[in-house]
Design a protein around this ligand. Structure first.
Ligand SMILES: [Zn+2]
Length: 76
């Protein structure tokens, strides 16, 4: 995977907070910004998220978080 479990956990927390305030505009805008700020390459991470059904910010939270929640809980 192109980012660590800790980083993935931070991304989900960030999406959770930001989507509540700003909502989803059906693009991975918030995710992309977060990755850039973290020094991660969106060109590597976004395709990986898409493979798991995360095509926009709300889908990343809804479809991708589910599969990683317990893994993140165990390891961070
Ligand atoms: Zn969305």
């Amino acid at each position: 995977m192109p980012l660590s479990l800790a980083e993935l956990g931070e991304l989900f927390d960030h999406l959770d907070e930001t989507l509540e305030q700003e909502g989803c505009d059906h693009s991975p805008r918030i995710t992309q910004l977060f990755l850039s700020q973290k020094g991660l390459d969106p060109d590597q991470v976004l395709p990986w998220l898409k493979e798991q059904g995360g095509y926009c910010d709300c889908e990343i939270l809804a479809n991708v978080e589910e599969g990683w929640e317990s893994e993140i809980g165990k390891n961070t």
